[in-house]
Design a protein around this ligand. Structure first.
Ligand code: CP
Length: 311
């Protein structure tokens, strides 16, 4: 397909063909990434600027590495040391970066819709690296890539996502993407962290993890945002862990050699036990590697122009 988009804002707005094209491109990029010498001149002269208003290890670093493998120059704006601390708005910050002739801006911001706001005002491309509770499209793409790499076609497969669904942009983006690919998605969590309106997305919802696990091909544990306990959304970490923590014993309830994913960072001993996180069914580090390949694919598709590293 001919790539048309200037920006990557969310999975909700993507067609199945676009998702397939990104996954196909990422497969080629992964082969390049796994070479001993992983450096191409493809995007020489192009510049990618990371603008992260929230903390990140995986997403920010993998965008930097992805751009560098493809030969682009990368810069990360250190928000705390930037003029944002003097009150400069997102609008003026973004216009300033564009005036420096950036080709692509990667934005993580606590405001839902912030990436769309930037995309509407900038001529340069924008990639959403997580906007509030709305979407984290590159995470969902790397999750789907990892699932397909291990399970083949996902149509008809069963994916259980357990944890703080209410606040999770990872869950939202995965639900959009997995539904488009014909996956049966079950969302699991305590009533206070499971928004009823998501029933309208066509997913199954339950508070009972043990029964949801039966037949699951993939179990994705989400990070419990510990600050939620202060808001009274669950009584104690111990109780949460007893009901919703993924242990090796509980994982047997799938009745299959299911794969386990976690977007990171993990709270070991809360939503995931050590024996699962470090066990053979967990593909958590593979997700991180695949994250570089997915971000290489997206950067290439958005600013690669006529260069053809990928047929
Ligand atoms: N999964 C994820 O977004 O991790 P980081 O917050 O470390 O980028």
């Amino acid at each position: 397909m001919k790539w048309q988009r200037k920006d990557i804002l969310g999975i909700e707005e993507m067609s199945v063909d676009e998702i397939r094209h990104i996954l196909h491109t990422a497969k080629v990029m992964k082969e390049i990434l796994m070479r001993p010498i992983k450096k191409l001149p493809t995007l020489k002269g192009k510049s990618v600027v990371n603008v992260f208003y929230e903390a990140s290890t995986r997403t920010r670093t993998s965008f930097e590495m992805a751009a560098k493998v493809l030969g682009a120059d990368t810069t990360s704006l250190a928000i705390a040391q930037s003029s944002v601390s003097k009150g400069e708005s997102l609008y003026d910050t973004a216009r300033t970066i564009q005036a420096m002739r950036a080709d692509l801006v990667v934005l993580r911001h606590p405001g839902s819709g912030s990436a769309k706001f930037l995309a509407d005002i900038l001529d340069s491309g924008v990639i959403n690296a997580g906007d509030g509770q709305h979407e984290h499209p590159t995470q969902a793409l790397l999750d789907i890539f990892t699932m397909e790499e291990n399970l083949g076609a996902l149509d008809g497969k069963n994916v259980v996502i357990v944890g703080d669904i209410l606040h999770s942009r990872v869950a939202r983006s995965n639900v959009w993407g997995l539904q488009k690919l014909g996956v049966n998605v079950t969302l699991v969590g305590p009533p206070t962290l499971l928004p009823v309106e998501m029933e309208g997305f066509g997913v199954k919802m339950t508070h009972d993890l043990n029964s949801a696990l039966l037949g699951a091909d993939v179990v994705m544990a989400l990070r419990l945002q510990l600050e939620r306990q202060k808001s009274g959304l669950f009584p104690s970490l111990r109780e949460y862990s007893l009901l919703y923590g993924l242990t090796a014993e509980r994982l047997k309830k799938t009745g299959k050699q299911s794969i386990v994913l976690h977007p990171g960072p993990m709270n070991r001993g809360v939503e995931i036990a050590d024996d699962v996180a470090d066990g053979v069914q967990a593909l958590i580090e593979r997700q991180v590697t695949n994250g570089v390949a997915i971000r290489m694919a997206l950067i290439y598709l958005l600013i690669g122009g006529s260069s053809n590293v990928v047929a």
